[in-house]
Design a protein around this ligand. Structure first.
Ligand code: GLU
Length: 447
């Protein structure tokens, strides 16, 4: 059964750690959760996983919000884990009282040695629960020697099963997983207990996140149950790779949403792609959020890694931009200084010749200032003749036709040999808008 039906109780969350700016991979998670909540008429929570006081920064909180706002992914509620430390402490006490949380004193080096030893024996590197055998006196001695210990959740060694919204029926043997550390020696709560408490308290019904969290999900299910919470539904989407299937992790730094924004990519282009990439349905440009919401179906996504090429966002952006009406662009064009009387005609000419909105400026510069003629040596004589036949300004929609006809009659040139040198002479460029429509807009022609 689809978990995305209309249901106002549906609650999802996007839970970035504000330790950096969010990138295209994070966006996938944010968008899926957003679309599910909106489709169901439920709630979308922005949760800031900021229990790490050293790495979490306000500038990243602000940056994450700006990026989501740019995309139009509005949240209904924002929560910060750093505000909820008392709640996590209470949950830890509850687990301790239930015998599910135990103190451990191994140093990172000791743990590493244990792991290596198991791996050398061809065994999975699972924590051996050595700390469970410590007597109270031993613990006191260790505490004196090493300071407070870290705390692990004692997994119930059974199979943990759930039906994943993307991966289908999953079953993980708890015996194949180390007891997760919930609290560090310095008292800092790690992501797991915080996330579990939040999911319980905020009534999260559906957790959608990357497949790197599958094992976390298994352990979180047990912790939620130990705390008496209701286990939400889960879905794990595949991770993005580069166009050749290469890991994207190293390049994600260059795929921050703010960089995509600065490069002029359009939110709807980015969202249209990410709402479909990796699913069995085609990527189609959508121009409104509602269309994206209506067309979203998580069950169409597969488990295979999803290839992502940032270059594919450019054609979608230019398609989106060329579809913008003059009314939408009017203010931007006025800000560029395009006079109101020619702005509609100018936009009509420019719209099909730009990748991003910002490109419109270069066409306006051309129309306002003119360009240095580009004349190849072998065309010099031809262009000199053409110049004498140039119709007098002001030019109209007919001027280009009249001019090229006259030049053709005089020189005998036709086709590309006729048109290209004339385009280059008027615009200084080899490519550009349809010349009959551009010519009336050209001022200060330097030919
Ligand atoms: N802060 C975690 C992350 O960014 C959240 C994972 C989750 O969705 O629970 O990986």
């Amino acid at each position: 059964m689809s978990k995305e039906r209309a249901n106002p109780m549906t609650t999802t969350r996007f839970a970035p750690s504000p330790t950096g700016y969010i990138h295209i991979g994070n966006l996938r998670t944010a968008l899926f959760n957003y679309l599910i909540a909106r489709k169901a008429g439920g709630q979308f929570i922005l949760r800031l996983d900021d229990t790490d006081p050293v790495r979490s920064k306000q500038e990243y909180v602000d940056g994450i919000k700006q990026d989501l706002e740019w995309l139009g992914l509005t949240w209904d509620r924002v929560e910060r884990q750093s505000d909820r430390l008392e709640r996590y402490k209470a949950a830890a006490d509850e687990l301790r009282a239930a015998g599910r949380l135990y103190e451990c004193f191994e140093t990172p080096i000791e743990l590493d040695l244990k792991r290596k030893k198991l791996l050398n024996m061809g065994k999975p590197p699972i924590y051996d629960r050595g700390a469970l055998n410590l007597s109270d006196a031993e613990k006191t001695a260790l505490r004196e020697e090493r300071g407070a210990g870290h705390w692990r959740f004692k997994l119930d060694l059974q199979r943990i099963e759930w039906t994943d919204g993307i991966l289908g029926d999953l079953s993980i043997d708890a015996a194949s997983v180390s007891d997760p550390v919930l609290i560090r020696g310095d008292g800092q709560f790690l992501y797991t207990p915080a996330s579990v408490c939040d999911d319980i308290d905020f009534g999260v019904t559906y957790v959608v996140r990357g497949s790197d969290h599958v094992t976390n999900t298994a352990t979180q299910i047990q912790i939620i149950e130990a705390l008496g919470g209701k286990v939400p539904d889960f879905a794990h989407h595949s991770l993005l790779t580069g166009p050749q299937g290469e890991a994207l992790s190293k390049r994600l730094g260059t795929l921050a949403l703010r960089d995509l924004r600065v490069s002029g990519l359009e939110p709807m282009a980015v969202l249209s792609m990410m709402a479909r990439l990796g699913s069995s349905e085609p990527i189609e440009l959508r121009t409104t959020m509602q269309e994206l919401i209506d067309g979203f179906d998580l069950s169409k996504f597969g488990a295979a890694p999803t290839k992502f090429d940032v270059a594919d966002l450019t054609p979608l952006t230019s398609k989106y931009v060329s579809g913008l009406s003059f009314e939408v662009m009017a203010d931007e064009l006025a800000a560029l200084g395009v006079p109101a009387d020619i702005a509609p005609a100018f936009w009509d000419v420019a719209r099909d010749n730009i990748d991003v909105r910002g490109d419109v400026a270069q066409w306006w510069t051309l129309c306002r200032d003119g360009a240095e003629p580009l004349i190849d040596a072998e065309d010099a004589e031809f262009v000199a003749v053409a110049k004498t036949l140039l119709p007098a300004a002001p030019w109209t929609g007919e001027s280009w036709g009249e001019w090229t006809k006259a030049v053709k009659a005089e020189t005998g040139r036709k086709g590309r040999g006729l048109f290209m040198p004339l385009r280059k002479a008027l615009t200084g460029m080899q490519h550009g808008p349809d010349m009959s429509r551009l010519m009336p807009l050209l001022g200060n022609v330097k030919l």
